[in-house]
Design a protein around this ligand. Structure first.
Ligand SMILES: [Fe+2]
Ligand SMILES: [Fe+2]
Length: 312
């Protein structure tokens, strides 16, 4: 199973830019095209908040149109730029958002990995919160299937990252959430957005991560107390979290754009592991490795010797 994660889409009404300069809609369109162009398409797509810039109905309608080419289920959770009521109104028909109640949290049960979407929004504030009600709901959800591999996805990271200005608006109540999550070793990942950078941390006995944005990225600034956070047009990206019973969950970051290649790997004759071809074998002093499209898991199991020789 492949879980794609897109985050911090910051969609605007058609024809408008985010932050006066970022064409977030065009960038999301490119990310959607990239996902659909993958030889092995994801089974589901998770969008971890800041789906829109201002939470306007016109933005959610634009988002719905931009996501329409995706042929697989798409699950949304809100971020601090979103408005629950408008998100619910436009996407209610998709069937997974709760019909009523304050929070847009839910659990997807029909996939090889159980998916728990959390709503960390505090309306009108930049920071998030796992309040008493949300913590209780999460604990109930986890207690129902303690043996199933599970991914939690949410907008605000519940852990500190060292990006000072972003950490000020992270998810409060993170320690209480960690107390719960740490009791469930079946939680494979806690996937977040909000910080617009690829970040990983060991947290609550599992791995917690932030995915880069499909649009603009927050400047990598690890100086304590630096403020304000700024953004930069580093490459837009998405992540693929690949589940197999053999390897568990393995995560990849992919960049959206027109890049040169692909090219075959070629071993230079000076490479330490280079061996001249035996007499009668293929001619030439270099060797092409073209097996990257094989199922690496099967490969390792069937022929570990050969897998060990893979050089890339
Ligand atoms: Fe964002
Ligand atoms: Fe955010």
């Amino acid at each position: 199973m492949i879980i794609a994660q897109i985050t911090d889409l910051h969609v605007r009404p058609d024809g408008r830019l985010a932050n006066d300069r970022v064409d977030t809609n065009a960038m999301l369109r490119a990310a959607v095209e990239a996902l659909m162009d993958l030889d092995r398409r994801p089974d589901v797509v998770l969008a971890t908040g800041d789906l829109t810039e201002c939470g306007l109905t016109a933005e959610y309608e634009a988002l719905r149109d931009l996501l329409r080419p995706l042929s697989m289920p798409v699950y949304l959770v809100p971020g601090n730029h979103d408005r629950r009521e408008n998100l619910r109104a436009v996407f209610q028909a998709d069937g997974y958002l709760p019909d009523n109640g304050e929070f847009l949290h839910y659990t997807i049960e029909d996939q090889p990995v159980r998916l728990i979407g959390l709503d960390t929004v505090v309306p009108g504030d930049g920071h998030g919160l796992m309040c008493r009600h949300r913590l209780q709901w999460l604990e109930e959800q986890l207690s129902q299937e303690p043996g199933e591999p599970t991914v939690i996805f949410m907008h605000h990271p519940p852990f500190l990252t060292g990006l000072a200005d972003m950490d000020r608006i992270n998810c409060r109540g993170g320690d209480a959430m960690a107390d719960i999550v740490s009791r469930f070793p079946n939680v494979e990942r806690v996937l977040c957005g909000h910080h617009h950078r690829p970040i990983q941390a060991r947290w609550a006995g599992t791995l917690a991560s932030v995915a880069p944005s499909t649009a603009h990225q927050v400047v990598l600034d690890l100086v304590p107390d630096n403020s304000p956070a700024m953004f930069r047009m580093e490459p837009p990206a998405y992540q693929l979290h690949v589940w197999s019973t053999y390897s568990g969950l393995v995560s990849h970051t992919a960049y959206v754009g027109d890049f040169a290649g692909p090219y075959p790997f070629v071993l230079d004759s000076d490479y330490p592991g280079h061996r001249p071809p035996a007499a009668g074998s293929e001619a030439g002093g270099s060797r092409r490795i073209d097996a990257m499209d094989r199922d690496i898991v099967t490969w390792v199991m069937v022929d570990p010797q050969r897998a060990g020789r893979l050089i890339c």
